[in-house]
Design a protein around this ligand. Structure first.
Ligand SMILES: Cc1cc2nc3c(=O)[nH]c(=O)nc-3n(C[C@H](O)[C@H](O)[C@H](O)COP(=O)(O)OP(=O)(O)OC[C@H]3O[C@@H](n4cnc5c(N)ncnc54)[C@H](O)[C@@H]3O)c2cc1C
Length: 355
């Protein structure tokens, strides 16, 4: 990191979105700076590590990747005695290993906090814990850390988030060839078990109580779910964090600024999936930044293309995520969730969630 230097692009945050953006910038020989406040790429783990197989391979190509722990086709949705089965190809990865792989060959400034960004007519000034730098354009991949965006008043309406909490567990006792989703009328969210193998699984809960008077401690909710279904695994390591649930921000771009991944709200509201859209939007943001540098045009109209490319690729899935989340909330609050799970058609689930 060269203090006082004007980079072509500064990327804030080295999660999937930022790493993907930096990979693309490096490929195009752009003078970039990638910073992150954490100590080590991929850590601490804050994710259940499930990702759609087909689109993942479309990005990276099919292959034997060491960070893939499991492949599943079967998804079991459970509500007490009701069980429905849906099919879709998903991978269970080790996200720390994946992010390390993604960041190979990149120059990353770790333990470097972005404290402020200030957009000027001829550059963006970035204040970090190590000092100031500037850039033609900034790609914000800072996840759910919306303080930074709020303080800089660059985004008027930030995403709403829901809490998610879980961990890696041993002895889950379930068939590792499926992912399991448990629902309950008392919670707007779901409890997941994503096995990595016959021994270890990622287990967690993301959501909020359906009514305010219910137990709101997310760790206690997870314990209650496990007890209800007689699952008694051994905790290896906890993880947790917020998940954006209100869909994409209206405009993920403004003068000299692009938002990617969670920072832009690119998460499927119903499922909480964000890895794929962080990867895609990170790459699109870098390509749009490269185009802006080539044309020397950094105003928001010239960056509009970025919003359009994201919308064309995964806008429909984001909208479907919001629709399914609203339907789910309605079913939960009106007491018909169990009936809805029992009777929803496979086609509807495929249209709204799986495809
Ligand atoms: C408990 C949980 C389970 C999840 N499970 C899944 C799942 O199974 N599948 C799925 O697809 N998605 C899942 N998600 C969502 C997924 O984790 C996110 O959508 C994804 O991580 C978004 O990537 P990102 O790069 O945008 O943000 P992040 O991965 O959050 O990365 C943001 C980075 O920015 C850095 N940063 C933040 N502020 C600053 C600053 N001021 N200065 C410098 N650096 C900064 C952070 O340190 C971080 O490294 C889950 C989320 C949670 C919380």
């Amino acid at each position: 990191m060269i203090l006082g230097h004007k980079y072509e692009v500064v990327v804030v945050g080295a999660g999937p979105a930022g790493l993907m953006a930096a990979r693309e910038l490096a490929k195009q020989n752009i003078d970039y700076l990638l910073i992150d406040r954490k100590k080590e790429i991929g850590l601490p783990l804050k994710c259940a590590e499930g990702v759609r197989e087909k689109e993942f391979y479309e990005i990276f190509g099919e292959g034997q990747y060491d960070f893939i722990r499991n492949r599943v086709h079967r998804h079991e949705v459970i509500y007490e005695e009701v069980k429905r089965v849906f099919y879709a190809d998903f991978l269970q990865i080790s996200r720390p290993d994946f992010e390390k792989w993604l960041g190979r060959g990149l120059v990353i400034e770790l333990e470097c906090v972005c404290e402020d960004i200030f957009v000027k007519s001829d550059r963006v000034e970035i204040t970090t814990s190590r000092g100031k730098v500037s850039a033609e354009i900034v790609i914000m991949c800072s996840g759910c850390n919306y303080e930074l965006l709020k303080n800089s008043t660059l985004v008027r309406k930030i995403s709403r988030t829901i809490p998610a909490f879980g961990g890696l567990y041993k002895n889950h006792g379930l068939d590792p060839s499926a992912f399991y989703y448990y629902y309950d009328k008392d919670y707007l969210g779901y409890f997941w078990i994503f096995p990595k193998n016959k021994d270890v699984a990622s287990i967690g809960f993301g959501g909020i109580p359906a009514w305010p008077w219910h137990q709101a401690n997310i760790g206690a909710i997870l314990k209650k779910f496990l007890a209800k279904y007689g699952i008694n695994p051994e905790l290896v390591q906890n993880y947790g964090g917020p998940i954006p649930c209100s869909g994409p921000v209206k405009r993920p771009y403004s003068d000299r600024l692009l938002l990617a991944g969670d920072a832009a709200g690119f998460v499927v509201a119903m499922s909480g999936e964000g890895i794929l859209y962080a990867l895609k939007s990170g790459r699109y943001a870098a390509r749009s930044a490269a185009g802006a540098l080539k044309n020397k045009r950094f105003d928001n109209r010239s960056l509009m293309i970025y919003g359009k490319v994201c919308d064309d690729d995964f806008g429909r899935r984001m909208k479907n995520g919001i629709i399914s989340y609203r339907l789910f909330t309605l079913a939960c609050r009106s007491g018909i969730l169990k009936y809805a799970i029992k009777n929803v058609s496979v086609k509807k689930v495929k249209d709204l969630i799986m495809d």
